[in-house]
Structures are given as C-alpha cells and as structure tokens.
Design a protein around this ligand. Structure first.
Ligand code: GDP
Length: 483
C-alpha cells in the first residue's frame, strides 16, 4: 500500500523538514506584492526577444502545476496561434494580465489573453462543453472575447457528465483500499476510456443530432450496466441540453489538422501549450497514479496532427522545487513545517480543485528522465522566488535502492520507487527577496549558482527564470553555462 510517508525513504528528506520561521514572514511579504508593477515594459522586453522557433512546444516536466500558463501567456505575444493538444479541464493554468487581473483557465488555451492569437483546442483534448461555455462566459465578463479566435477540432472527444459520474464512482470503489488515484473527478479518465473503447462521441457527431442521441444512450447504458443503481445520469436531459450546446459550439468547430498545416505553410507561428506533465503521463509517469493522456511530446503530435519534425523548440517548465497533487510515489517529498511554509509561500493549492499540493525538493533523476523523453531544447525554471528565505536548498541527484544499487533513471515499478533513498546535494540559499530582479546580472550569486547547478546537472539551457507570478517577473539567462 502506498502511504505518503512510505514514499520519501531518503532520511535526508525527512530531516530536512524543519521549519524556517522566516518562510512564513516571507509568505506575508509575497501576498502583499502587486503583480502589475512595470509589467507592460517588462513583458514587452521579453516579447522583444523573439524566440527563433516557428513552432514552439511548452511542456510540464514534473507532476504538473509548474507554471506553464505564465510562460505560454508571455510567449503567446510572439505567436499567431496557441494550441492545446491533450487533457481536459483537469489542467488549470493561472495567469495574470498586465493589470494584475487573475484568470484561471481550464480548457481555453492561455493564448486567449493575447488578442492577436487564435486559440486551437486539438483532437487530443477531451471536451466538456458546459464547462467550456462557463469558461468562455467568465472570460467575457472580464472583457476577453473568444469570437473568431477559438477553433475546436471536429475530432476532439466529448466529455459528458456521465464521465464525471463514473470518475466519482470509480474513486469511491477504491476508497479505503489505498489505491485511489486522487483524480480531479472531472471525468477525464472515463472520457479517454470511452475513446479507447471506441464508443465515445466526438465533436463532429454534433452535426447529426439523431445519431448523437442514439450514441449517447448507448454510452449511458454501458455505465448503467457497469455501476447499476449507483449510476445516476439523466441521459434524456443531457440529449436535450446538447441540442442547444451543438448550436453554440458548431461555429467554432474546424478541421484543425488542415487549419494548422495551412497556417504553418503560410509562415504562421504556432505555440503549443502542454497540460499536466511528464511524470503524470499514462505511459511514462508513476502509473497508475497518472493522468489518462500523454502530456509528453508524443501526445502533442497525436493531439494536434502536427508532426515532431516541425517543432523548432521544446521548452520544459520546471518548478525550482517540486509539487504533486493526489496519490503516488514522490521520492523527494518534504513533510512538516518546511513543506507547509513552502506551500503557503508558493500558494500551492490546485487551480481546479483547491487541494493542497504535496511539496518536495527538486528531483534531478525525474527531471533528466523527463528531458530525455521530451527532447527539450530549453528550460524555464519557475518559482525560484519561493525558495528565497531558505538557509539551504536540497537537490535530489540520485536514487539508491535499499541494497545499495544506484539507479540511473526512474524505475517503472512503484514499489522500487517508493523504497529508494534519495541522494541529495545541498546548496546555500540566497536569503534575499529576488522578486524585483529582472536582469540576470542582478541575481544574487547563490541564486545564480542554483540555476547554474540545474543547468550542469541537466545539460539544457535554463533560459527563463520565474521570480514571481506576474507576467513581468521573469529573468532571462543570456546563454548556457556560466555567465
Ligand atoms: P500550470 O498549470 O503549470 O500553469 O501551473 P499553475 O497555474 O497551476 O500554477 C502556477 C502558479 O504559480 C500560478 O498561480 C502562477 O501565477 C504562479 N507562478 C508561475 N510562475 C511563478 C513564479 O516564478 N513565481 C511565483 N511565485 N509564482 C509563479
């Protein structure tokens, strides 16, 4: 059975769980910050440094919530199209506009805040239409219109309330067994199951509402057979609702494969926004404690129909520490006051569910594995500011099995992973607020050394360093290696 305490077998992780009282003071400091200071100027400066990549992919490299939305939002200013390839409303991006307004996006690509971008929801996404329109309404209330700027794949699978119902019932069945996945209960897994079982419904089915109704009834009968009286879903009510939803969504529906390829051939710049992250990938993550799609590079190709030969840059977003929501092994997990302090400073609560995130040190073994799988060209380290008050910072650099074997990579077997001892390096903290730093040369030396160590361990340029939640709170490291 997996218990969170069983996960961090490295004693150094536990002994590192002491409280920095200063951390909580720093949390107050952070929450008092405003996000809008000089953001236009700084965002413009970042935008001015145009990334030399017609197609750029941004991926989460850890367990999600790395802060992908912020980089996508910043880069979107340089791109004509911003596309989502996989996942559903379980992915939440929190971004702030120039005025400091907060937006929590779940299905709509983060590029929507850049009025010049067109957003694409690709075929690999599972789409809950009522949720999508709620999000669109919320954006409208904040003055952001999607009209003419949102394209939805006709091949995307629809996620119905019945999938949410099944998600809840499956988690309930696992309750008390220690095997609950800890899903967001948004129906994502069941929707991908329907897709793989080949009884799912796609956006293009909304063109023929008679056959749509028949297919949905069949899908509902499947749920009834599997879960009996516990299955509560008003299929006829939903069929009725989808008459109206079909009318609303069809103006956005496009053959996005054709759209993207034509745009590419016309020289348009395309930014692809990953959701979730590699350590939650259904193939490469800590299965079964994973999401149901491929948030790594392969899922981008299958979720959009734009092949990997067209990707010029693949940026991995890496939090300066780690977090994870839900169950599953987490070797560098930190417990106690230190974890609580970092959770408060980093505001580590789920965008979608509000659940407190588990907290851990940087895990280089997992990150290297993720870099290999994704073929990353650049890294964006986020939330470096969150570590600012720590005396020392640990970095997990290797896994050791109980019989003393050093593991080169993340093992597939969860029991092996649960029992590894993490070998840590300890780096000095910089003990000063870096949230106002905007230029690499103004970074405290210890913060530079921390980033440099990441680069040395991973071998990929840490080009962008996040020092706060705002659009402006970004430092560009000019080149790879010491500078
Ligand atoms: P995503 O799903 O990967 O986009 O991540 P989330 O949006 O769930 O979480 C990222 C959170 O971190 C958001 O609230 C961001 O505003 C915030 N964030 C992003 N980058 C930074 C950073 O460099 N420092 C701080 N303090 N917060 C950041």
């Amino acid at each position: 059975m997996l218990s969170s305490h069983g996960l961090a077998s490295g004693t150094s992780a536990r002994s590192a769980g002491r409280a920095p009282a200063a951390a909580l003071r720093y949390a107050r400091l952070c929450s008092a910050r405003t996000h809008s200071r000089s953001s236009r100027l700084a965002a413009a400066a970042v935008a001015a440094e145009r990334l030399d990549a017609q197609v750029c992919v941004v991926l989460g490299t850890q367990w999600g919530d790395e802060g992908k939305g912020k980089l996508v939002d910043i880069l979107a200013q340089q791109y004509d199209i911003v596309a989502r390839a996989q996942g559903g409303a379980n992915a939440g991006h929190t971004i702030y506009d120039d005025a400091g307004n907060k937006y929590a996006l779940h299905l709509v690509p983060s590029g929507i805040l850049n009025r010049n971008s067109t957003c694409v929801i690709g075929n690999g996404v599972v789409l809950h239409l009522p949720g999508l329109f709620e999000e669109i309404e919320n954006l409208k209330k904040k003055g952001v219109s999607v009209e003419g700027r949102l394209k939805i794949s006709d091949r995307a699978h629809l996620l119905f309330d019945l999938h949410k119902e099944i998600d809840g019932l499956r988690e309930a069945e696992l309750a008390g067994t220690g095997k609950q996945i800890g899903t967001t209960k948004r129906g994502i897994g069941p929707a991908y199951s329907s897709k793989a079982t080949r009884n799912g419904l796609r956006v293009c089915d909304l063109h023929k509402l008679d056959t749509f109704a028949d297919k949905l009834r069949k899908l509902s009968m499947d749920g009834e057979k599997r879960f009996g009286a516990g299955f509560s879903y008003d299929v006829e009510g939903d069929i009725e609702k989808y008459q109206e939803l079909a009318r609303k969504v069809l103006p956005f529906v496009t053959d996005t494969v054709e759209y993207l390829h034509t745009a590419y051939d016309d020289g348009k710049r395309i930014l692809i926004e990953g959701a979730n992250a590699t350590m939650l990938d259904v193939d490469f993550g800590t299965y079964p404690y994973v999401t149901s799609s491929n948030p790594s590079i392969g899922g981008i190709a299958t979720g959009l129909g734009l092949p990997p030969t067209k990707y010029d840059a693949v940026v991995g977003v890496v939090k300066a520490y780690t977090t994870r929501v839900g169950s599953g092994p987490y070797p560098t997990e930190i417990f106690g006051d230190l974890a609580e302090g970092l959770r408060e400073i980093g505001r580590e609560y789920g965008t979608t569910t509000g659940r407190p995130r588990r907290i851990g040190w940087m895990d280089i073994v997992a990150l290297r594995y993720s870099c290999k799988i994704n073929g990353l060209t650049h890294l964006n380290i986020t939330k470096l500011d969150v570590l600012s008050e720590l005396d020392e910072i640990k970095v997990g650099v290797a896994y050791k099995t109980p019989d003393g074997q050093m593991l080169r990579s993340v093992p597939a077997d969860l029991e092996t992973l649960e029992n590894v001892e993490v070998v840590y390096e300890t780096l000095p903290g910089w003990k000063s607020d870096i949230s106002a730093v905007r230029d690499w040369k103004d970074m405290p030396q210890a913060a530079k050394d921390y980033v440099q160590r990441m680069e040395d361990l991973i071998g990929i340029h840490c080009k962008w360093i996040g020092v706060g939640p705002g659009r402006d709170a970004l430092v560009v490291k000019p080149s790879m290696g010491k500078c």
